[in-house]
Write a protein that binds this ligand. Sequence first.
Ligand code: GLU
Length: 472
Amino acid sequence: MTIRTRFAPSPTGYLHVGGARTALFSWLHAKKTNGQFILRIEDTDRERSTEASVQAIFDGMEWLGLTHDEGPFFQTDRFPRYMEIIQQLLDQGDAYHCYCSSEQVEAVREEQRANKQKPRYNGKCRHRTDTVEGVNPVVRFKNPEQGVVIFNDLVRGEISISNEELDDLIIARSNGTPTYNLTVVVDDLDMNMTHIIRGDDHINNTPRQINIMKALGAQIPSFAHLPMILGDDGARLSKRHGAVSVMQYRDDGFLPEALLNYLVRLGWSHGDQEIFSREEMIELFDLKDVNRTASAFNTEKLLWINQQYIMSADPDSLTAPLADQLVTLGCDVENGPDLREIVITQQERAKTLKEMAEKSLLFYNDYEAFDEKAAKKSLKAAALEPLEMMLGKFEELSDWSKEPLHQVILDTAEVLDLKLGKVAQPLRVALTGTSVSPALDATLLLLGKKLCLKNIPRAIEFIKAKIVAQES
Ligand code: GLU
């Protein structure tokens, strides 16, 4: 039997990391078994569903590379089918019209609460045969009154719920629209789902859904309920914890592989291994290794994983996303230095592509003024001679590549009998205005000859002016 799993988000916001983790586990379970992964948009709540959210789901899934084999299906396209099933359940006596107003239902609940009973629908219309003039009824599913629903959750083990705990849930509202528990069952059956993998916030729905499935004579699929993701303060992960939208992570300079790698470890482990390629995840993932307990989101660890991926990435694969970051920061990437060279230079120095772009701004915008501390320390009279000597050598250099550039610095230190730092640090401040930059040969290369030959004299003038000021 072909394994079929699905991701069934409601498009009422962006794709958040919890949803992405659910999608990933579903996708992995399908991939590892050569099965099929289906994308279904549960957009029946028309007030809360928006096109922008649908697009955000597509964008997030695409960016993460969680491709679907079928779909996307939209529940709003399937209303006639849901109506058909509601009618079938009514016809076969497994559903009934309920004319109780929400006030009446609430009043009963109040009373039950007051009597310390579990609030539930009291079944008033269950055996009713007449209709009530002027009232549009809801349709309720006739949940079995006796017996137990037992299912073997692939994460949590056996779960059993007594039918006495479950009341007759509404499957169609008074305006005729179907509710979540009905649509999800119809879709999961019509789409031949073998495994329903979802967040454990749905665990209470599962016995109800199983009962509807049974009433429809269906074979019951397997279920796996994934534990929640908590923020670092122990509360359920939410917007309050900063970036939880998948696309926000892209904008913040994370790589999709790194985020996936981080997400797969949220609630699943394979020994002590931390880094998993996509292929390894598919090979090693197993629902039985998913934790039962909630896992906490840890941004520091995500940053660490992202850094590992940046360090080991093929530089060519980072040029396009780095360019996006640079453009966001206002850089003219088209007329700037070679992006591949920037990546190679910065790969070891940034935890995110955003940080890499920020650290590369100096290659696009000349500095406004020398950093005061750096200038005080490095742009002194003693730096004049090495800077002037290097300027002369750079002017004559025809091959503006790393090796000869590096050689100029070495030669200058040797000729003047100075420690390398006494030559290199003034040059760094002259070139960048600060005391921190990537390796000097790379910095010279990326700034380009023109800018270097402008900036070194700028530092020389600065030192000369300082000497004059001191003398007067
Ligand atoms: N649409 C539901 C949600 O976004 C998921 C339903 C399911 O996976 O069964 O929470």
